[in-house]
Design a protein around this ligand. Structure first.
Ligand SMILES: Cc1cc2nc3c(=O)[nH]c(=O)nc-3n(C[C@H](O)[C@H](O)[C@H](O)COP(=O)(O)OP(=O)(O)OC[C@H]3O[C@@H](n4cnc5c(N)ncnc54)[C@H](O)[C@@H]3O)c2cc1C
Length: 446
């Protein structure tokens, strides 16, 4: 059996590895971006000089050939599901028995005047990194970044590391406040400003102006101000990268429609990762989730279904992590920007440092539903288990030492958190003393 995988990101490359683990099938993994898989989330560190591109590779180059995974660097132009073939941009045609589409995302553009000028781009693909490096070498005095999400702030940090002045236009009145609760969003606003970024909240892009095909300024929609700049970063979200399959007959909406088994509407064609739109996502989850860890789970699940037995995709609890300049952020479970009526949200913030802990729980039952961490890291497996088991807030609070990755600070932060809980509820809980994980806990929680 010949399995072709289009895309070598975390979803496609994980599928390739697990197909090899589970079977002896012939595997061909194709990407137009790079011959070998790399970590997209690490690209910013290449720009900032902390890493070379080779350091971002998921495995050494020899790994793929040694594991009999053919790698092809080419763009797939077309899929023909009737004769089970794909056409590459070099004119070559390949036949598959099973096809996996794992083509990821592309940066959004919303039809702004001037959006195709030189010096205007998103930050998603390796080629985006390369053009950012080239533009920086040509000299950028000021970069304007449109959009206040995770990629926008990374781009701001990238330019900041090269002493390039950055202006950021954020449509919302506070940074990423569609996702972050008010307090956390406010910490990030302050932190962005403290890093010298010219943050313009409640502001949007009207138009990009250019001279000789190259960006020269932008016009702000609300203030009407014209800001001279040599670079514009469009970081207003991503969407599934599926334009090339539009004529293939495979059902799509915003993404490629896939069922619980990650099967598409076409026989023997699967979709994995960012490009997937689930037809029936789990309650509380979105049909398209463009994050690293779900891509990895999908890769493993798809390989299991193709090689071993039909296996349903199970994303586990929601998890995301990011970095806002120096502030690490993690979320486990459900922390909506606005707390629903049936949920109590306990929030503690360090008086002087950029550190905060939020724990949400159902008011009636006490079951914890989510954790938001700023500047403090909690263990994934512990939080996942507590949320999955619907553990009561009081048990969680008394055992917070199990979650904290930085045990030396545990008394300081979690002690304050318990005091907060006691103040709010009139209880007198205390932390179980600081202790090391038992052998069993170490096995469970890593
Ligand atoms: C700057 C940045 C920072 C991020 N940070 C985080 C983070 O901190 N945490 C997190 O969870 N997620 C983060 N993400 C998102 C995460 O990187 C993606 O969710 C993940 O990489 C998607 O994996 P994927 O395998 O689905 O797709 P991709 O990684 O996009 O891989 C798809 C591959 O398919 C190739 N391809 C597409 N079309 C074709 C075609 N027609 N022919 C051939 N090849 C094709 C693409 O070029 C690409 O190489 C970040 C993303 C970016 C851009």
């Amino acid at each position: 059996m010949h399995i072709i995988i289009i895309g070598n990101g975390i979803a496609g490359s994980t599928a390739a590895r697990y197909i090899r683990k589970n079977s002896d099938h012939e595997v061909t993994m194709i990407s137009g971006e790079s011959e070998y898989p790399f970590s997209r989330t690490a690209l910013m560190y290449v720009y900032m000089g902390h890493m070379k591109f080779d350091h971002t590779k998921l495995y050494e180059d020899w790994f793929w050939a040694k594991n009999r995974i053919n790698t092809v660097k080419a763009w797939v132009k077309n899929i023909n599901t009737s004769d089970k073939s794909i056409l590459l941009d070099n004119g070559q045609s390949l036949n598959y028995d099973k096809l996996i589409i794992a083509t990821g995302s592309k940066s959004n553009k919303f039809g702004w005047p001037g959006q195709d000028l030189n010096g205007v781009q998103g930050m998603y693909h390796l080629q985006d990194l390369e053009s950012m490096v080239a533009a920086s070498q040509m000299g950028i005095k000021r970069a304007v970044i449109i959009g206040g999400g995770l990629i926008g702030i990374e781009m701001a940090e990238m330019f900041h590391s090269r002493h390039i002045h950055v202006t950021m236009l954020v449509r919302e009145e506070s940074f990423w406040n569609v996702v972050l609760p008010k307090e956390e969003s406010s910490i990030i606003n302050q932190h962005i400003l403290a890093n010298g970024i010219d943050l313009r909240l409640s502001e949007e892009l009207l138009e990009i102006k250019g001279i000789d095909g190259k960006v020269s300024s932008i016009i702000c929609k609300n203030s009407g101000e014209e800001i001279p700049c040599e670079f514009v970063g469009l970081t207003v979200g991503v969407s599934p990268n599926i334009d090339f399959i539009k004529d293939s007959g495979i059902a799509t909406n915003r993404g490629i429609i896939a069922n619980d088994y990650l099967e598409t509407s076409a026989k023997d064609v699967f979709a994995l990762g960012d490009c997937v739109e689930l037809s029936a996502p789990n309650p509380g989850r979105r049909p398209i989730e463009a994050v690293w860890y779900t891509g990895r789970i999908m890769g493993k699940t798809g390989a299991q279904t193709i090689c071993v037995e039909p296996t349903k995709y199970n994303p586990g609890i929601w998890f995301n992590s990011a970095k806002f300049f120096d502030i690490e952020y993690q979320v486990y479970g459900d922390i909506p920007a606005k707390t629903p009526e049936n949920i109590t949200s306990l929030y503690w913030q360090h008086p002087h440092e950029n550190k905060a802990i939020r724990i949400n729980y159902e008011t009636a039952s006490g079951a914890v539903t989510g954790f938001n961490l700023m500047g403090i890291r909690y263990r994934h497996a512990v939080c996942e288990k507590w949320i999955g088991d619907k553990t009561s807030i009081e048990t969680v609070i008394e055992n917070l030492s199990l979650a904290n990755f930085d045990p030396e600070f545990f008394d300081q932060y979690e002690g304050a958190f318990v005091e907060l809980y006691n103040e709010k509820t009139g209880k007198s809980l205390s932390l179980k003393s600081k202790r090391k994980l038992s052998k069993v806990e170490q096995f469970l929680f890593g």
